[in-house]
Design a protein around this ligand. Sequence first.
Ligand SMILES: Nc1nc2c(c(=O)[nH]1)N[C@H]1C(S)=C(S)[C@@H](COP(=O)(O)O)O[C@H]1N2
Ligand SMILES: [Mo]
Length: 531
Amino acid sequence: MTGRLRGAVCGMVAAGFGIAVAELIAAAARPGAGPLVAVGGAVIDATPTPVKEFAVRELGTNDKPVLLSVISLVLLLLAVVTGMLGARWRRAIPVGTGVLGVVGVAAALSRPAAVVWDGIPALAGAVVAGATLWWLLRPRTVAKAAAPEAPVAATKAPVAATGAPVAATEVQVAAPVVPETGFDRRLVLRLGMLAAGAGVAEFGALGITGQRDKALGNSREALELPAAAEPAPPLPGGIAPGFTTANSTFYRVDTALTVPRIDPATWSLRIHGMVDREIELSLADLLRRPLIERDITLNCVSNEVGGPYIGTARWLGVPLAALLREAGVQAGADQIVARSVEGMTIGTPVVTALDGRDTMLAVGMNGEPLPLEHGFPVRMLTPGLYGYAGACKWVTELELTTFDRFDAYWVERGWGAEGTVKTASRIDKPKPFARMAAGPVTVAGVAWAQQRGIGKVEVSVDGGAWSEAELLPTASIDTWVQWRYSWKASAGPHSLAVRATDKTGAVQPEQRATPFPDGATGWHTVTVTVG
Ligand SMILES: Nc1nc2c(c(=O)[nH]1)N[C@H]1C(S)=C(S)[C@@H](COP(=O)(O)O)O[C@H]1N2
Ligand SMILES: [Mo]
């Protein structure tokens, strides 16, 4: 029993030490390419869409920490098993740590933006973990009955005298190899040293990352965005608070386990593929172009009816149309594949960049450079398309191609290729299951149909007739519209439903549909108790 416990503890400590070393190497050489994050990224990409949907729905923005915790736990478990087996069969040590190493290396190399040496941290970590465990679980050449000094002397004498195999046999007879089982002082000391070493390595990794983040934060703050050649007009009077979403509360949806860190000084964008002239731009090049400023509502296709993955910001950017005209889009190219530094691909219809809407390469969000988690230094933004189809963050490459020839990341996973935003509406007030006094109650919320605009919003109480809500002023057809409705609430339980009609006259469908594969439908309904 104590042998197994000893193996388990040694396995855990050796794995912790190996991982810390790997993370330190990654932090120093390739930020964001640590084995934990690499395995996490591979798991995200391999996760079937329904499971991903479930995770996004149930865990929201916590999905990433939860995933990393689960991976750490699984790793710990495997380390414990390797240690327990290794305490009995030495061969289990290289096999166990080897398997973990192969998984880590494979995960690192499977990342779409990987380079060959991305496997090195995981490889080094596995070798360190294996060697450490080997060392910790080394059997002692001590015969149980013999006095501690005796075997040492016995070992030395015959070997030194003859150096012959015969002598070795004699040694084994004198001092049989026995696996240790307990926790003697020497082992405890070693475990403590290794734990401290892991702590130092982890601390070093965090320190290096912290330094880099500070430098990056500084260069982001130092980035002076030019004024827009076409500033957004001031928001119309009468807009209610909350129209513009603050950067700090803007929803975030992406597959990046760690936020990509891009040095704006080395960032570049390449426009290539089915174009007459390839274009390569630095950030300075981009910022020399005339910038437009627009209020645009961005939402996620994964948003459930009534869900939170939507926000409106004032974006500053370079119109993509002008860049594409310069590059000369060739006949037949119908898809722009945007690639980000971490290897995301987002496919956007070429028409949506050339039909006159404000599709842009955004550099600013609500009066400051893009926050790191929203795509610093440059992201795409396509009004009227869900984020997965038009809003590539951390973008570095635009390839003109066809939808026939290439499926972007989400399309490969079954999501619709087009990504047109569906007309939708949401009740924000009152909250579900709220209790209130009878009398006049203000029901309020938002409705959106980017590119088409909202024509009408209606509210129905307890499934009764639809009454038109008041629409507040809004910025454009690309922004949501705030609405309110004065309801004379009578005592009892009630359900409130909302539906919107876009400016083409199409009414938001009642039919419930899940976000997969091209956006949720159905009326948002809130149940409240009056009196
Ligand atoms: N590089 C990259 N860009 C991305 C994504 C991603 O996973 N990686 N997710 C897309 C999705 S699904 C959405 S809804 C929007 C969300 O943008 P936000 O996080 O700034 O709100 O970014 C899009 N751009
Ligand atoms: Mo999304």
